[in-house]
Design a protein around this ligand. Structure first.
Ligand SMILES: [Cu+2]
Length: 401
């Protein structure tokens, strides 16, 4: 092996070796990885309408082994299933609320009729426990979008109520410029698991009390902060009613301080991997459904930024670190130009931790499937050639530094 090859080999390995072992190239690992991306929801055709069913229920999500939290999950999945349609399709989504809380669905980045926009007390009444609401709209515009709950958003979204919504174009402008076969959806979120647990319980109790009082005709609007009009609220205030934002104040420490950072509902070492081959382009759809900004950095490559909030960028440009703010979607193209195992992660290092411990959070790997066997086998440990040791001495999962 000449010096150049040696450096190239070791360079490629040390970048990802400690965290992402070569065993991830095994067929079994790749099969398991496929399940870590949102699965597309299959519509029922009703004439020329694509009809989807989304229900919301409480569901236990395993973020990493031995870390389960109660979530609000669409169709028992966090994130919710992916809705993938053609631009211009007629869409119907039948939303059924199976929880004891109120919800709505907002179609983020989509041009739906305003009555379908999913903002409670602005465009619709909240969908109450046991109720159903039907959303109907034409799929516009092209690109990477998402849906999420708009009731009690601070809790409900980080508790799991989000999912990708992809509008395809048979004449895809990105595919024309950067021909690709494979694409991946990555949905980022940040969760304060203590906040979720506490607030879910408080909300469930409040709703229980509210339903009981409504049933008995003793529902007190002021007590629950519900008014039919702005005038009614103003009248209540002039009579001494104090809205909750005046009567109560949350200490900064009561606001969520995220301690778990997920991609597609999982944290490292359970995050999905991106597989690529030398010479291949892959498209990655990045969605930030959480409340934090993520500074996503890819090792060993400059990727192309091709869409911003679903909109194709006329002159794509290259970078290796992209700031994905709350509510943003970006599409990037990664060109397979540097074989190896590479990390793709938030460069705000708080977000590559689980409960404050590195490594964790939204760390994930870009893995070349065509990494030569010699490079797969090589590792800093293998170089020691210790008796009785196998060549591939990399740990399967490294949880400590
Ligand atoms: Cu909700």
């Amino acid at each position: 092996m000449d010096r150049r090859t040696f450096l190239k080999t070791n360079g490629a390995l040390t970048a990802g070796a400690a965290l992402f072992p070569a065993s991830l190239l095994a067929g079994e690992a790749k099969k398991a990885n496929g399940k870590k991306f949102p699965q597309s929801l299959v519509p029922r055709m009703d004439g020329n309408v694509k009809e989807f069913k989304l229900n919301i229920d409480i569901y236990q999500q395993e973020i990493v082994p031995s870390m389960k939290i109660h979530t609000l999950a669409f169709n028992n999945q966090v994130p919710g299933p992916e809705i993938r349609v053609k631009k211009g399709d007629n869409i119907r989504v039948i939303f059924k609320n199976k929880t004891d809380l109120n919800h709505t669905i907002h179609w983020h980045g989509m041009h739906v009729p305003w009555r379908m926009d999913g903002v409670p007390y602005v465009t619709q009444m909240p969908v109450m426990p046991g109720q159903e609401f039907v959303y109907e709209f034409v799929a516009e515009p092209y690109g990477t979008h998402f849906y999420h709950c708009h009731w009690g958003a601070l809790l409900h979204i980080q508790a799991g109520m989000y999912g990708s919504f992809i509008m395809e174009d048979p004449d895809d402008p990105i595919k024309k410029k950067f021909p690709y076969e494979r694409e991946y959806t990555l949905i980022y979120s940040a969760h304060d698991t203590n906040f979720i647990r506490k607030e879910l319980n408080i909300m469930l109790n409040r709703m229980k009390e509210r339903m009981f009082l409504m049933k008995n005709g003793r529902f007190d609007k002021e007590r629950f902060g519900v008014f039919d009009s702005k005038e009614e609220l103003e009248e209540a205030i002039s009579n001494g009613y104090q809205p909750p934002y005046v009567a109560n104040r949350r200490a900064p420490s009561d606001l969520p301080q995220p301690n778990w950072f997920t991609v597609n509902g999982k944290s490292y070492p359970y995050t999905p991997n991106l597989y690529i081959r030398e010479g291949e382009n892959i498209r990655v759809r990045l969605i930030n459904a959480g409340g934090e900004e993520h500074h996503l950095h890819l090792h060993g490559h400059d990727f192309w930024l091709v869409c911003d909030d679903g909109l194709p960028i006329p002159q794509p440009w290259q970078m290796n670190t992209l700031s994905l703010g709350a509510g943003k979607t970006y599409d990037i193209i990664i060109e397979g130009k540097n074989r190896g195992i590479w990390t793709f992660h938030d460069h705000d290092n708080r977000r590559v931790t689980n409960n404050g411990l590195y490594p964790g959070g939204n760390l994930l790997a870009l893995i070349y499937e065509d990494l030569p066997m010699m490079e797969r086998m090589l590792s800093p440990m293998a170089g020691m050639k210790m008796k009785g040791m196998k060549m591939n001495m990399l740990p399967k999962i490294a949880l400590d530094e």
